[in-house]
Ligand binder design. Structure first.
Ligand code: HMG
Length: 391
């Protein structure tokens, strides 16, 4: 049998929203010591969508630079992972397919399993490319994290999209076998179809996450995965950046290692920069961690990264990826910095109005004022249909 080609992430591009709320503003409004947010959970700000932004506009904004660089010729499949879907039937990726001018000879599908969906998309893409290495898959993870006002989860909201081009001989990260899997039926975080905000048992969700770290690592090692010392960095799902710290300490403990602050900071440090300013972006969060790592760490060529993807409910997967020498010519640090820096800060009252924004559900015409400075916008709702347009 011919040797299988290396398959993995060939390009990675992130986008976020027009608005941002700082945790200093949130703390000043709700009377919380801001140190709880800055140090206790590791967040400084969270992205807030404008009324003309949603998972589709963020996804198209993230994917457009990938399409501009690589074209659409080899992309036969678009996988859209989200848990803040805008329709129960139609895949959000079809709007992206249309906005970005993909050919009709493309497969488009939406995937869901809480924050784990992006990794499901990546692994399905790797499988498709192994079947036909001439094809590429566009994997998009896009989410708006939303909790009820005044709930503890409110401080861990956020929004972002990551688009990844998956192909053979990737320029950024080779995805390795094996994967370690873990599934447990827990109600730590969920969102019934009739709700716009998630329900969560916060402390239970942290325990469930840590149990999943253990379970997926155990399966990974039993399947012949790498030893702990072979990893140069660890990229964890980040509902808030301190969770990566908790998770890595838990893994070290489970492996019987000394838990040293400097060791933990060295392993996860560069992965938290973007998430600390964007907040939870569910499916996109771990891949924002990867973007920050590739964009800001010293040369990682040839180093192995451990990925721990967790989605409440719960499903987790641990897998390894090796950074391809020369990757720095293909990263997008300036684009990512600019997306974070150009957000417009809102005061608490404006954030509250945005949080409560909802369309009437009577099938009427509801145009949306033009606010976003992103490349695509939601023009409105007409006859129950969402209408998107380039800005
Ligand atoms: P809380 O109960 O308000 O906060 O909510 P806390 O009392 O646990 O404090 C948080 C930390 O701040 C603690 O640190 C405090 O000590 C510290 P720790 O003890 O954990 O090390 N602290 C301070 N530090 C410095 N100065 C101070 C101060 N005061 C307190 N003055 C919670 C926190 C995360 C539970 C809440 O925000 C929440 O419910 N968030 C949503 C759920 C969540 O993010 N869960 C994470 C795991 S589940 C997951 O990752 C999946 C998810 O992404 C969804 C999906 O899969 O789709 C959520």
């Amino acid at each position: 049998m011919a040797a299988r080609p290396a398959v993995g992430i060939h390009d990675l591009s992130a986008a976020t929203t027009h608005h941002v709320l700082t945790h200093a503003t949130l703390a000043a409004t709700n009377g919380t010591d801001v140190a709880k947010y800055h140090r206790g959970i590791g967040l400084r700000a969270m992205s807030v969508p404008a009324p003309d932004e949603d998972i589709v506009t963020m996804a198209a904004a993230a994917a457009a630079p990938v399409v501009a660089r690589h074209g659409t010729d080899r992309i036969r499949t678009i996988v859209f992972a989200t848990e803040s879907s805008v329709d129960q039937a139609k895949a959000a990726g079809i709007h992206v397919h249309s906005l970005l001018g993909f050919p009709s000879a493309t497969r488009v599908v939406e995937l869901k399993q809480a924050c784990y969906g992006g990794t499901a998309g990546l692994q399905f893409a790797v499988g498709l490319v192994h079947r036909d290495p001439s094809q590429q898959v566009l994997v998009i993870a896009s989410d708006v994290s939303k909790y009820a006002l005044g709930e503890p989860g409110e401080a861990t909201q956020g929004a972002a999209a990551v688009a990844m081009l998956v192909g053979a001989d990737p320029a950024l990260v080779r995805v390795e076998d094996p994967s370690g899997m873990f599934t447990a039926d827990v109600m730590d975080f969920w969102r019934p179809n009739y709700r716009t905000t998630a329900l969560v048992d916060g402390h239970e969700s942290i325990s469930a996450y840590l149990q999943a770290v253990e379970g997926s690592w155990k399966d990974y090692t039993e399947r012949g995965g790498r030893a702990l010392d072979e990893f140069g960095a660890f990229c964890y799902h980040q509902p808030f950046p301190r969770m990566a710290d908790k998770a890595h300490r838990h893994l070290l403990n489970y492996c019987g290692r000394d838990v040293d602050d400097a060791l933990v900071a060295g392993a996860i440090g560069h992965t938290t920069g973007y998430n600390a300013e964007i907040g939870n972006s569910y499916t996109a969060s771990m891949y924002l961690g990867l973007a920050a790592l590739l964009d800001t760490a010293d040369d990682l060529s040839g180093r192995t990264i451990g990925f721990l993807s967790y989605g409440s409910g719960s499903v987790a997967e641990f897998f390894a990826g090796t950074v391809v020498p020369g990757y720095r010519e293909h990263t997008r640090p300036d684009q990512h910095r600019a997306a974070i820096d150009r957000r417009q800060e809102v005061d608490y009252d404006t954030y509250r109005e945005l949080h409560e924004h909802a369309f009437p559900v009577d099938g009427g015409d509801y145009p949306v004022p033009a606010v976003t400075t992103g490349p695509y916008r939601l023009a409105g709702l007409s006859g129950h249909k969402r209408v998107y347009e380039p800005r």
